[in-house]
Structure formats: structure tokens, C-alpha cells
Design a protein around this ligand. Sequence first.
Ligand code: FMN
Length: 337
Amino acid sequence: MAKLFSPINFKNVTLKNRIVMAPMCMYSCNQEDGKVTPFHVTHYTSRAVGQVGLIMLEATAVQPEGRISSQDLGIWDDDHVEGLTDLNRQIHHYGSKTAIQLAHAGRKAQLDSNIFAPSALAFNDSYKTPQQMTVEDIKETIEAFKAASKRAKQANFDIIELHAAHGYLINQFLSPLTNIREDSYGGSRENRYRLLEEIISAVKQAWDGPLFVRISTDEYAEGGNSLEDFVYFSRRMREQGIELIDCSSGGVVPASISVYPGYQLPRCETIRKEANISTGAVGLITTGVQAEEIIQNERADLIFLARALLRDPYWPRTAATELNEKLSAPKQYERGW
Ligand SMILES: Cc1cc2nc3c(=O)[nH]c(=O)nc-3n(C[C@H](O)[C@H](O)[C@H](O)COP(=O)(O)O)c2cc1C
């Protein structure tokens, strides 16, 4: 059997295969209230019908001022739990597990309200200059991640992923390019890790399921974190009980990036080996053969697919055909599968 279709466990959660729907903002909360809409139900449930092992929800804001746009999904209020619970029920019905990506945009929030970041540095001319967070602001944000995790548990998610990539708030603390603080949250890499460390500790008080973290493993700019820094952060995360590092890149500062199939994979592989932790590969993975090669050669444990799954919600079936595998179908579709 192709290893892509073999199950894998994270704590008490078994994924039926290694295929993950990568988090993708849909900017579809048209009421600007952060609540799940019929679109979200159709969008995510279609990929569950398509036999994706893990459906990860898009970046979901833990505080309203932490949204990228006013149309982002949210989990900052108890009122969000009902829609998320219903969405989980629908996805679980087809045998997929669910994850939520907890996020705070920091200086990359494009909102009318004030925005916050480790330091008062704008991303570029078209973004607002953020307010430098006080220690009290930091503590409130940590509490917001914890409260969001409690709601994620109430809503029956199987896995939580913390969004520490793409230049959003946690990433802004990790990177020396965006964090020029002089207190205990800035300076050395130990200090720059402190926000993530405290968020993980707080989340674990409310959540005992598997925890993943997405990081940007390359900042594509001089003076940014090196691969060695990311191995250090990943070791720290493993020591704190993180189950998997989802290895993306970029977004910290404006930079031009050359992309090609598997462009983020070498760093993913290095982190897996050197930090001795499971990893997720992402970035221009489009075929079953490519995904199978990555899993068989133990370069990553999970395959995250974004755009390929937008094009083809039944990508697992397409990959199975390519790999000469027979994937079981939802019973309603057996005659056509
Ligand atoms: C429409 C869209 C929205 C995205 N939103 C998110 C997001 O909410 N969180 C995140 O970590 N990455 C986000 N990404 C990045 C993807 O998860 C993924 O890392 C990237 O698209 C590369 O994978 P791909 O080549 O399979 O598309 C988004 C990508 C797309 C195309």
C-alpha cells in the first residue's frame, strides 16, 4: 500500500491517511462577525467527502484585532462555538479529523482598529504602523490563545495548530527583523521564543489533544532567523510537547521568493532530523507520486495541500489512481468511484 494512505497517530487521534487540507483563509465571514457561514460548511465538508485525512481550518482569529481582514473566521467569543461545532459534526461524518489554526495577525492586520505588534514597525507602506505591545497586551493575547483553545475543545476539534508563520504575530516575535524589543520578549533567540513558549504553556492548560505549530523556516532576508535558529525553536517546541512542525516559509518581510515543486522541503527534512520531531511538508506539492516520495523517504510525516485541493476536492482519489491504489468511497458515491 502507498504510505500516503497509511494511518498515523498523534496522541489519541488517528488520521486515516497523510493528506492534510492546508489552512487557507477564505475571507468569507460577510457579516464581519467571525462566524461560520454555509460557504465554510460546503467548502470544508467537500474535502472530507474527498477523503482528506485531516481538514485544517483557515487562520482563525483569537482576538478581533488579530484578524487579517474583517472577514476572517474567529474564535474570540463563546458565540463562535456553535457554528464551529456544527462544522466539525459535518466533517467528522465523512471520517476526516479536524484541526483549527489559531492565529493573530499582529502588524499584518488590515483593519480599521488599532493594530499591535512586538515593535512599532510597519510591514510596508501600505500597512499601518502597529502599536508596540505592552507586557499587559502580551499577557492578554496569551490568555486569548488559551480561551480560544478551550472553545476549540468545546467545538470538538481533534487538533490545534498555532500559526507562528508568514509574518503574523508569533512570527513577528520570533524574528529579529520584526522584533527589536529590549525587554524579556526581545533580543536573544531565547527571549524571542518567549511569547510562543508562554502561548504553548497556556494552551496546554486548556487543551490536552495534539498541538501542531506552523513556522516560516526561511525569512528570505539578511539578518533574519537561520535554519539553525529554526532547529533550536523546533527543539524547544518538542520539549514543550508539540507533536508536529508544519514547515512553511516567508511572509516576515517583503521579499521575492523563487518557488518550485517542493521548495520548502529541504528545511522541513532538516528540522525533522535535527530536532527529532514530526513535520508536515507544504508548498507546490501537486501529485501523488511527489507526496508518496516525501513520505516513503521519511522527509515529512504529513503532506499539506493548499491550491491543489482548491482545484480538486477529490485530490486523494486522483492521487490513489495515480499510485494504483483503491480508495474507499463514501457509500453514496461507490457506483462512480
Ligand atoms: C487562498 C489561500 C489562503 C491561505 N491562507 C492561509 C492561512 O490561513 N494560513 C496559513 O498558514 N497559510 C495560508 N495559506 C498558505 C497555504 O496554507 C500553503 O502554505 C501555500 O499555499 C503553499 O501550498 P500550495 O503550494 O499547496 O498551495 C493560504 C494559501 C492560499 C492559496
